[in-house]
Write a protein that binds this ligand. Structure first.
Ligand code: NCD
Length: 301
């Protein structure tokens, strides 16, 4: 059974094939029936807009039926466990599970039960591999290569599953990754991948071909104190003045949701270097590619 649980451990050849598959699906503006009569359970236990709707759209574009689980109106409110919920969805005919949850490692544990292919749509501070895939598609569109490219990832690294998946993927594909965060929001495990740390966003700007900004993920801060916003903006916000110092041709990315005026200013988020809307659009094709990969790997649609 094929799952898509994280970028760590994915074969580079599978990653490259997924990127190219997603771009082909985008170029064809594909609507097809490759997954006709298949059902995909979308279990989102944490809030989501882009990821949830792009998976739902991806199902429709492939002819699959999305079974959208809504925790607040389901038996989860009666004390049912996630595993029992997933078993129930399998019993009604789900062929694959897409899961977003607050618990790191839960998608892998569900996959180990072996009932159906599992796709990780974000597991706590763990991974967000389909976000990495759509980010790779977006970067590939602009630069045609990863090898030798310099990508800066700036902000709340410690609580970012996006940073973890993207850093892994970019390193596997040969990019240089520069990281910068307030000291309390650093993630030393990313340095072990060969990423390089920089003190502030100003130390990343002159070298970056791609600058990826992250939100302060307040819902995951736990007992840690929220950073002082003035200090945060001084060191790690992408203002218009800073964006003007980016290299020619450099692009600005953000996984969303954006906290405007905190990590990135309006004029940058909506400015000519921003590819934030493209990222969201690519999410549909990246998720189509992953659904085909786990449910219909022989299909060349
Ligand atoms: C990210 C997430 O949920 O991890 N959002 C997303 O899926 N596009 C990043 C975030 O919440 O800041």
């Amino acid at each position: 059974m094929r799952h898509f649980l994280g970028i760590a451990g994915v074969e580079p050849s599978r990653l490259r094939a997924l990127i190219e598959r997603a771009r082909d699906l985008r170029d064809e503006a594909a609507w097809c029936d490759a997954l006709r009569h298949r059902a995909v359970a979308l279990v989102f236990l944490e809030p989501s807009t882009r990821t949830r709707f792009s998976f739902e759209m991806a199902c429709h574009r492939l002819g699959a039926v999305p079974l959208v689980f809504q925790p607040e109106t389901s038996s989860a409110t009666k004390g049912e466990t996630v595993l029992d919920t997933v078993r129930a969805l399998g019993a009604v005919g789900a062929d694959a599970l897409v899961i977003r949850c607050g618990e790191r490692g839960l998608p892998a544990r569900l996959a180990a039960r072996g009932a159906m292919p599992v796709i990780n749509a974000g597991d706590g501070v763990g991974e967000h591999p389909t976000q990495a895939l759509l980010d790779l598609v977006t970067i590939r569109d602009h630069f045609d290569r990863f090898d030798g490219l310099t990508v800066g990832i700036v902000g709340d690294l410690a609580h970012s599953r996006v940073a973890r998946s993207d850093a892994h993927a970019l390193r596997v594909l040969g990019a240089r990754v520069l990281l910068s965060s307030p000291p309390a929001m650093a993630d030393p495990s990313l340095l072990a991948l060969g990423c390089e740390a920089r003190d502030t966003v100003d130390d990343v700007l002159p070298e970056a071909d791609v600058l990826m900004m992250l939100r302060i993920q307040r819902e995951r801060l736990g007992a840690a104190a929220a950073p002082d916003l003035h200090t945060y903006r001084e060191g790690w916000a992408l203002t218009e003045a800073r964006a003007a110092r980016l290299r020619d041709g450099a692009i600005v990315m953000h996984p969303g949701p954006v906290n405007r005026g905190v990590e990135i200013d309006d004029g940058v988020a909506d400015g000519p270097r921003s590819v934030i809307r493209d990222q969201v659009a690519h999410g549909v094709y990246a998720r189509m590619a992953v659904l085909l990969d786990v449910l219909h790997p022989e299909c060349s649609a």
